[in-house]
Ligand binder design. Structure first.
Ligand SMILES: O=P(O)(O)O[C@H]1O[C@H](CO)[C@@H](O)[C@H]1O
Ligand SMILES: [Mn+2]
Ligand SMILES: [Mn+2]
Length: 397
Protein backbone atom coordinates (compact mmCIF):
# COMPACT_ATOMS: atom_id res chain seq x y z
CA UNK A 1 0.00 0.00 0.00
CA UNK A 2 1.32 3.47 -0.86
CA UNK A 3 2.08 5.52 2.21
CA UNK A 4 -0.35 8.41 2.76
CA UNK A 5 1.09 11.83 1.96
CA UNK A 6 -0.02 13.06 5.38
CA UNK A 7 -0.17 10.57 8.24
CA UNK A 8 -2.72 12.54 10.27
CA UNK A 9 -5.29 14.92 8.81
CA UNK A 10 -7.06 17.34 11.17
CA UNK A 11 -10.14 19.17 9.91
CA UNK A 12 -11.69 21.85 12.10
CA UNK A 13 -15.18 23.08 11.25
CA UNK A 14 -15.85 26.55 12.65
CA UNK A 15 -19.61 26.03 12.79
CA UNK A 16 -21.41 28.76 10.86
CA UNK A 17 -18.35 30.89 10.01
CA UNK A 18 -19.39 31.71 6.43
CA UNK A 19 -17.65 34.09 4.09
CA UNK A 20 -20.46 35.45 1.89
CA UNK A 21 -20.98 35.18 -1.87
CA UNK A 22 -23.10 32.03 -2.15
CA UNK A 23 -24.24 32.03 -5.76
CA UNK A 24 -27.64 30.64 -4.71
CA UNK A 25 -28.16 32.92 -1.68
CA UNK A 26 -31.26 34.48 -3.26
CA UNK A 27 -33.02 31.11 -3.18
CA UNK A 28 -32.70 31.25 0.61
CA UNK A 29 -33.51 34.96 0.86
CA UNK A 30 -29.94 35.42 2.13
CA UNK A 31 -28.54 37.84 -0.44
CA UNK A 32 -25.85 39.98 1.13
CA UNK A 33 -25.20 37.71 4.12
CA UNK A 34 -21.46 37.55 4.91
CA UNK A 35 -20.65 36.31 8.41
CA UNK A 36 -16.91 37.16 8.41
CA UNK A 37 -17.29 40.38 6.43
CA UNK A 38 -20.10 41.74 8.56
CA UNK A 39 -18.26 40.73 11.74
CA UNK A 40 -15.17 42.69 10.66
CA UNK A 41 -17.40 45.65 9.94
CA UNK A 42 -19.27 45.40 13.26
CA UNK A 43 -15.93 45.31 15.09
CA UNK A 44 -14.79 48.39 13.15
CA UNK A 45 -11.40 46.91 12.40
CA UNK A 46 -10.74 45.72 15.97
CA UNK A 47 -11.25 42.03 15.15
CA UNK A 48 -7.77 40.51 15.26
CA UNK A 49 -7.19 36.96 14.03
CA UNK A 50 -3.43 36.77 13.49
CA UNK A 51 -3.15 33.00 13.07
CA UNK A 52 -6.10 32.60 10.71
CA UNK A 53 -4.81 35.67 8.86
CA UNK A 54 -1.38 34.20 8.26
CA UNK A 55 -3.00 31.06 6.85
CA UNK A 56 -4.81 33.30 4.35
CA UNK A 57 -8.21 34.11 5.87
CA UNK A 58 -8.46 37.50 4.18
CA UNK A 59 -6.69 36.29 1.02
CA UNK A 60 -9.46 33.81 0.37
CA UNK A 61 -12.12 36.52 0.37
CA UNK A 62 -13.32 38.80 -2.41
CA UNK A 63 -12.74 41.72 -0.02
CA UNK A 64 -10.47 41.42 3.05
CA UNK A 65 -12.11 41.44 6.48
CA UNK A 66 -11.97 44.93 8.00
CA UNK A 67 -8.88 45.13 10.21
CA UNK A 68 -7.39 41.92 8.76
CA UNK A 69 -5.33 42.72 5.67
CA UNK A 70 -4.58 39.91 3.24
CA UNK A 71 -1.23 38.30 4.11
CA UNK A 72 1.62 39.14 1.72
CA UNK A 73 2.78 35.57 1.78
CA UNK A 74 0.14 33.27 3.29
CA UNK A 75 1.58 30.16 4.93
CA UNK A 76 -0.45 27.65 2.98
CA UNK A 77 -3.30 27.10 0.53
CA UNK A 78 -6.59 28.93 0.77
CA UNK A 79 -9.92 29.13 -1.03
CA UNK A 80 -13.68 29.02 -0.62
CA UNK A 81 -16.24 26.27 -1.07
CA UNK A 82 -19.80 26.42 -2.41
CA UNK A 83 -22.53 24.18 -1.05
CA UNK A 84 -24.64 22.05 -3.39
CA UNK A 85 -26.89 20.51 -0.73
CA UNK A 86 -30.54 21.52 -0.71
CA UNK A 87 -30.38 22.94 2.84
CA UNK A 88 -28.06 25.17 4.88
CA UNK A 89 -27.99 23.23 8.13
CA UNK A 90 -25.06 21.53 9.86
CA UNK A 91 -26.08 18.11 8.65
CA UNK A 92 -26.17 19.18 5.00
CA UNK A 93 -22.81 20.89 5.39
CA UNK A 94 -20.98 18.07 7.17
CA UNK A 95 -22.45 15.26 5.07
CA UNK A 96 -21.52 17.14 1.91
CA UNK A 97 -17.96 17.65 3.18
CA UNK A 98 -17.84 13.89 3.62
CA UNK A 99 -19.05 13.15 0.11
CA UNK A 100 -22.78 12.82 0.71
CA UNK A 101 -24.53 16.00 -0.44
CA UNK A 102 -28.13 16.19 0.72
CA UNK A 103 -29.84 16.39 -2.64
CA UNK A 104 -33.45 16.13 -1.55
CA UNK A 105 -34.91 18.98 0.43
CA UNK A 106 -35.64 17.85 3.99
CA UNK A 107 -38.95 18.73 5.66
CA UNK A 108 -39.34 22.10 7.35
CA UNK A 109 -42.32 23.22 9.40
CA UNK A 110 -42.97 26.96 9.21
CA UNK A 111 -46.44 26.35 10.73
CA UNK A 112 -45.35 23.75 13.26
CA UNK A 113 -45.42 19.95 13.16
CA UNK A 114 -48.60 18.18 12.01
CA UNK A 115 -51.08 17.03 14.68
CA UNK A 116 -50.48 13.36 13.90
CA UNK A 117 -46.82 13.67 14.94
CA UNK A 118 -47.50 15.82 18.00
CA UNK A 119 -50.27 13.50 19.19
CA UNK A 120 -48.01 10.48 18.95
CA UNK A 121 -45.32 12.22 20.99
CA UNK A 122 -47.92 13.19 23.60
CA UNK A 123 -49.20 9.64 23.79
CA UNK A 124 -45.75 8.11 24.04
CA UNK A 125 -44.45 10.53 26.65
CA UNK A 126 -47.68 11.14 28.56
CA UNK A 127 -46.80 14.83 28.41
CA UNK A 128 -48.73 17.54 26.54
CA UNK A 129 -46.79 19.48 23.90
CA UNK A 130 -46.70 23.28 23.88
CA UNK A 131 -45.45 25.97 21.46
CA UNK A 132 -44.98 23.89 18.26
CA UNK A 133 -43.77 26.62 15.94
CA UNK A 134 -40.53 28.26 14.79
CA UNK A 135 -38.88 30.03 17.73
CA UNK A 136 -35.48 31.08 18.98
CA UNK A 137 -34.30 28.51 21.52
CA UNK A 138 -33.28 30.99 24.19
CA UNK A 139 -36.46 33.03 23.72
CA UNK A 140 -38.68 29.97 23.91
CA UNK A 141 -37.37 28.96 27.34
CA UNK A 142 -37.64 32.55 28.49
CA UNK A 143 -41.28 32.69 27.38
CA UNK A 144 -42.40 29.14 28.26
CA UNK A 145 -39.77 27.70 30.63
CA UNK A 146 -41.57 28.58 33.85
CA UNK A 147 -44.78 27.06 32.56
CA UNK A 148 -42.82 23.95 31.57
CA UNK A 149 -41.49 23.70 35.13
CA UNK A 150 -45.00 23.96 36.56
CA UNK A 151 -46.72 21.52 34.24
CA UNK A 152 -44.02 19.15 32.96
CA UNK A 153 -45.18 19.78 29.38
CA UNK A 154 -42.81 19.39 26.44
CA UNK A 155 -41.67 22.53 24.63
CA UNK A 156 -41.37 21.61 20.97
CA UNK A 157 -40.14 24.19 18.47
CA UNK A 158 -38.37 24.43 15.15
CA UNK A 159 -36.50 26.92 12.94
CA UNK A 160 -35.87 27.57 9.26
CA UNK A 161 -33.84 24.33 9.33
CA UNK A 162 -35.09 20.80 9.23
CA UNK A 163 -35.02 20.39 13.01
CA UNK A 164 -37.38 19.34 15.79
CA UNK A 165 -36.13 20.73 19.09
CA UNK A 166 -37.50 19.49 22.41
CA UNK A 167 -36.75 21.65 25.44
CA UNK A 168 -37.30 20.73 29.07
CA UNK A 169 -35.90 21.73 32.46
CA UNK A 170 -33.40 19.14 33.68
CA UNK A 171 -35.04 18.99 37.14
CA UNK A 172 -38.50 18.45 35.67
CA UNK A 173 -37.79 15.91 32.95
CA UNK A 174 -34.69 13.84 33.69
CA UNK A 175 -32.17 13.78 30.85
CA UNK A 176 -32.62 10.10 30.09
CA UNK A 177 -36.37 10.60 29.73
CA UNK A 178 -35.87 13.58 27.44
CA UNK A 179 -33.42 11.59 25.30
CA UNK A 180 -35.85 8.71 25.18
CA UNK A 181 -38.65 10.99 23.95
CA UNK A 182 -36.29 12.40 21.31
CA UNK A 183 -35.31 8.90 20.20
CA UNK A 184 -39.01 8.08 19.82
CA UNK A 185 -39.69 11.35 17.94
CA UNK A 186 -36.77 10.46 15.65
CA UNK A 187 -38.63 7.32 14.51
CA UNK A 188 -41.62 9.46 13.44
CA UNK A 189 -39.63 11.67 11.08
CA UNK A 190 -37.37 9.28 9.17
CA UNK A 191 -39.65 9.42 6.10
CA UNK A 192 -41.22 8.69 3.77
CA UNK A 193 -43.68 11.50 4.47
CA UNK A 194 -41.63 13.67 6.79
CA UNK A 195 -37.84 13.60 6.77
CA UNK A 196 -36.30 15.74 9.48
CA UNK A 197 -32.54 16.32 9.62
CA UNK A 198 -32.24 16.42 13.39
CA UNK A 199 -34.30 15.93 16.50
CA UNK A 200 -32.47 17.92 19.19
CA UNK A 201 -32.81 17.54 22.96
CA UNK A 202 -32.52 20.99 24.51
CA UNK A 203 -32.25 20.61 28.29
CA UNK A 204 -31.98 23.76 30.39
CA UNK A 205 -31.43 24.68 34.04
CA UNK A 206 -32.02 27.70 36.26
CA UNK A 207 -34.52 29.03 38.79
CA UNK A 208 -36.61 31.38 36.65
CA UNK A 209 -37.03 32.88 33.20
CA UNK A 210 -34.36 35.52 33.69
CA UNK A 211 -31.81 32.90 34.71
CA UNK A 212 -32.50 29.90 32.49
CA UNK A 213 -29.47 28.56 30.61
CA UNK A 214 -29.21 25.69 28.18
CA UNK A 215 -26.75 22.98 29.11
CA UNK A 216 -24.06 21.03 27.28
CA UNK A 217 -26.34 17.99 27.62
CA UNK A 218 -27.87 19.01 24.32
CA UNK A 219 -28.01 15.97 22.11
CA UNK A 220 -28.64 15.78 18.38
CA UNK A 221 -30.43 12.73 17.01
CA UNK A 222 -29.62 12.95 13.31
CA UNK A 223 -31.00 11.14 10.36
CA UNK A 224 -28.75 8.14 9.66
CA UNK A 225 -26.52 8.92 6.68
CA UNK A 226 -28.46 7.77 3.62
CA UNK A 227 -25.38 6.33 1.97
CA UNK A 228 -21.70 5.77 2.58
CA UNK A 229 -19.75 8.78 3.69
CA UNK A 230 -16.02 9.37 3.42
CA UNK A 231 -15.85 8.53 7.14
CA UNK A 232 -17.21 5.03 6.40
CA UNK A 233 -14.65 4.59 3.62
CA UNK A 234 -11.76 5.68 5.85
CA UNK A 235 -12.94 3.48 8.69
CA UNK A 236 -13.44 0.44 6.44
CA UNK A 237 -9.95 0.89 5.02
CA UNK A 238 -8.58 0.65 8.54
CA UNK A 239 -7.72 4.28 9.14
CA UNK A 240 -8.56 5.80 12.49
CA UNK A 241 -11.48 8.23 12.45
CA UNK A 242 -11.73 10.52 15.47
CA UNK A 243 -14.68 12.90 15.98
CA UNK A 244 -14.60 15.92 18.28
CA UNK A 245 -17.78 17.82 19.17
CA UNK A 246 -21.12 17.24 17.55
CA UNK A 247 -19.55 15.52 14.52
CA UNK A 248 -20.35 12.13 16.03
CA UNK A 249 -24.04 13.01 16.39
CA UNK A 250 -24.23 14.41 12.87
CA UNK A 251 -23.08 11.08 11.42
CA UNK A 252 -24.98 8.97 13.99
CA UNK A 253 -21.59 7.59 14.94
CA UNK A 254 -21.17 5.98 11.51
CA UNK A 255 -17.58 5.41 10.45
CA UNK A 256 -16.27 6.90 13.69
CA UNK A 257 -13.81 5.00 15.89
CA UNK A 258 -13.52 7.42 18.75
CA UNK A 259 -15.66 10.39 19.77
CA UNK A 260 -15.21 13.28 22.17
CA UNK A 261 -18.15 15.36 23.41
CA UNK A 262 -17.47 19.10 23.73
CA UNK A 263 -18.74 21.28 26.56
CA UNK A 264 -17.64 24.40 24.68
CA UNK A 265 -15.29 25.58 21.94
CA UNK A 266 -12.40 25.77 24.41
CA UNK A 267 -13.14 22.26 25.65
CA UNK A 268 -13.17 21.21 22.00
CA UNK A 269 -9.73 22.73 21.51
CA UNK A 270 -8.52 20.88 24.63
CA UNK A 271 -9.62 17.69 22.86
CA UNK A 272 -7.78 18.72 19.69
CA UNK A 273 -4.64 19.27 21.79
CA UNK A 274 -5.13 15.85 23.34
CA UNK A 275 -5.49 14.13 19.96
CA UNK A 276 -2.46 16.01 18.65
CA UNK A 277 -0.42 14.10 21.24
CA UNK A 278 -1.64 10.74 19.99
CA UNK A 279 0.04 8.56 17.45
CA UNK A 280 -2.40 7.44 14.75
CA UNK A 281 -2.85 7.28 11.01
CA UNK A 282 -6.14 8.76 9.97
CA UNK A 283 -8.57 11.63 10.22
CA UNK A 284 -9.62 13.81 13.14
CA UNK A 285 -12.82 15.74 12.39
CA UNK A 286 -13.69 18.54 14.82
CA UNK A 287 -16.77 20.74 15.07
CA UNK A 288 -16.79 23.89 17.20
CA UNK A 289 -20.42 24.83 17.64
CA UNK A 290 -20.38 27.85 19.97
CA UNK A 291 -20.00 30.33 17.09
CA UNK A 292 -23.36 29.13 15.81
CA UNK A 293 -25.36 28.33 18.89
CA UNK A 294 -24.20 31.01 21.27
CA UNK A 295 -23.59 33.91 18.91
CA UNK A 296 -24.84 33.40 15.34
CA UNK A 297 -28.41 32.42 16.19
CA UNK A 298 -28.40 35.02 18.95
CA UNK A 299 -27.32 37.70 16.44
CA UNK A 300 -24.51 38.68 18.78
CA UNK A 301 -21.56 40.05 16.74
CA UNK A 302 -19.64 41.04 19.85
CA UNK A 303 -19.68 37.52 21.29
CA UNK A 304 -19.08 35.97 17.87
CA UNK A 305 -15.97 38.07 17.26
CA UNK A 306 -14.60 37.33 20.71
CA UNK A 307 -15.17 33.59 20.20
CA UNK A 308 -13.20 33.79 16.94
CA UNK A 309 -10.34 35.60 18.68
CA UNK A 310 -10.35 32.96 21.42
CA UNK A 311 -10.19 30.23 18.78
CA UNK A 312 -7.40 32.03 16.95
CA UNK A 313 -5.32 32.06 20.08
CA UNK A 314 -5.75 28.31 20.53
CA UNK A 315 -4.97 27.83 16.84
CA UNK A 316 -1.54 29.32 17.54
CA UNK A 317 -0.79 26.34 19.76
CA UNK A 318 -2.13 23.87 17.19
CA UNK A 319 0.13 25.32 14.50
CA UNK A 320 3.13 24.73 16.79
CA UNK A 321 2.04 21.24 17.80
CA UNK A 322 1.43 19.90 14.29
CA UNK A 323 4.04 17.40 13.12
CA UNK A 324 5.72 17.64 9.71
CA UNK A 325 3.52 14.95 8.18
CA UNK A 326 0.24 16.35 9.53
CA UNK A 327 -2.26 18.31 7.46
CA UNK A 328 -4.61 20.90 8.95
CA UNK A 329 -7.82 21.91 7.18
CA UNK A 330 -10.06 24.69 8.49
CA UNK A 331 -13.52 25.35 7.12
CA UNK A 332 -17.19 25.91 8.06
CA UNK A 333 -20.50 24.19 7.39
CA UNK A 334 -22.73 27.20 6.51
CA UNK A 335 -23.09 30.84 7.51
CA UNK A 336 -24.92 32.44 10.42
CA UNK A 337 -24.34 36.14 9.95
CA UNK A 338 -24.93 37.81 13.34
CA UNK A 339 -25.67 41.11 11.58
CA UNK A 340 -28.32 39.66 9.24
CA UNK A 341 -32.10 39.67 9.60
CA UNK A 342 -33.82 36.81 11.45
CA UNK A 343 -32.07 34.19 13.60
CA UNK A 344 -31.46 31.43 11.06
CA UNK A 345 -28.39 30.12 9.26
CA UNK A 346 -27.37 32.03 6.14
CA UNK A 347 -26.49 30.47 2.80
CA UNK A 348 -22.85 31.39 2.22
CA UNK A 349 -19.62 30.13 0.81
CA UNK A 350 -17.27 28.82 3.48
CA UNK A 351 -13.55 29.45 3.99
CA UNK A 352 -11.04 26.75 3.17
CA UNK A 353 -7.55 26.84 4.68
CA UNK A 354 -4.96 24.08 4.31
CA UNK A 355 -1.58 23.96 5.93
CA UNK A 356 1.12 21.48 6.91
CA UNK A 357 4.48 22.21 8.54
CA UNK A 358 6.14 20.42 5.64
CA UNK A 359 4.39 22.59 3.05
CA UNK A 360 6.73 24.64 0.88
CA UNK A 361 4.22 26.15 -1.50
CA UNK A 362 1.21 28.38 -1.01
CA UNK A 363 -1.54 29.79 -3.18
CA UNK A 364 -5.19 29.87 -4.05
CA UNK A 365 -7.36 26.76 -4.35
CA UNK A 366 -10.03 28.94 -5.97
CA UNK A 367 -13.73 28.55 -5.37
CA UNK A 368 -14.55 24.85 -5.05
CA UNK A 369 -17.92 23.89 -6.51
CA UNK A 370 -18.82 21.60 -3.59
CA UNK A 371 -17.81 21.08 0.04
CA UNK A 372 -17.20 17.46 -1.01
CA UNK A 373 -13.77 18.54 -2.32
CA UNK A 374 -12.61 18.51 1.30
CA UNK A 375 -13.48 14.85 1.88
CA UNK A 376 -12.23 13.90 -1.59
CA UNK A 377 -8.86 15.39 -0.64
CA UNK A 378 -8.75 13.46 2.64
CA UNK A 379 -9.62 10.22 0.81
CA UNK A 380 -7.07 10.91 -1.91
CA UNK A 381 -4.46 11.36 0.81
CA UNK A 382 -5.20 7.84 2.05
CA UNK A 383 -5.30 6.46 -1.50
CA UNK A 384 -9.09 6.06 -1.50
CA UNK A 385 -11.54 7.17 -4.15
CA UNK A 386 -14.36 9.61 -3.50
CA UNK A 387 -17.83 9.32 -5.03
CA UNK A 388 -18.25 13.11 -4.93
CA UNK A 389 -15.83 15.99 -5.08
CA UNK A 390 -12.46 16.77 -6.60
CA UNK A 391 -9.29 16.39 -4.59
CA UNK A 392 -6.86 19.31 -4.25
CA UNK A 393 -4.21 17.11 -2.63
CA UNK A 394 -1.78 17.60 -5.51
CA UNK A 395 -1.52 21.31 -4.70
CA UNK A 396 -0.56 20.68 -1.09
CA UNK A 397 3.20 20.45 -1.45
O1 LIG B 1 -32.48 28.91 18.56
P1 LIG B 1 -31.77 27.62 18.79
O2 LIG B 1 -32.48 26.71 19.73
O3 LIG B 1 -30.32 27.80 19.19
O4 LIG B 1 -31.85 26.81 17.43
C1 LIG B 1 -30.88 26.73 16.46
O5 LIG B 1 -30.29 25.48 16.59
C2 LIG B 1 -30.66 24.66 15.51
C3 LIG B 1 -29.61 23.65 15.31
O6 LIG B 1 -28.34 24.22 15.09
C4 LIG B 1 -30.87 25.61 14.37
O7 LIG B 1 -31.70 25.09 13.39
C5 LIG B 1 -31.48 26.79 15.07
O8 LIG B 1 -32.83 26.68 15.12
MN1 LIG C 1 -23.72 24.20 11.82
MN1 LIG D 1 -27.29 26.37 13.98
Amino acid sequence: MTEPKFKRVFAIVLDSVGTGNAPDAAKFDDEGADTLGDLGHAWQGALKLPNLAKLGLSNLRVKPIEGIPAADKPLGWYGRMDEISAGKDSMDGHWEMMGLPVEKELSTFPDGFPDEIIEKIEQYSGRPVIVNKPYSGTQVIHDYGERQMDTGELIIYTSGDSVMQIAAHEDVIPLEELYDICRYARTLVNGPEYIVGRVIARPFVGPDKDHFTRTANRHDFSLEPTGKTDLDLLHEAGYEVIAIGKTNDIFSGRGIDQAYHNESNMDGMDHVDEVLEKDFTGFCFTNLVDFDTMYGHRRDPKGFGQALMDFDQRLGHVLNALRPDDLLLITADHGNDPCFKGTDHTREEVPLLAWSPKMQTSGSLGVRSTYADLGATVLDNFNLKASHGTSFLDELN
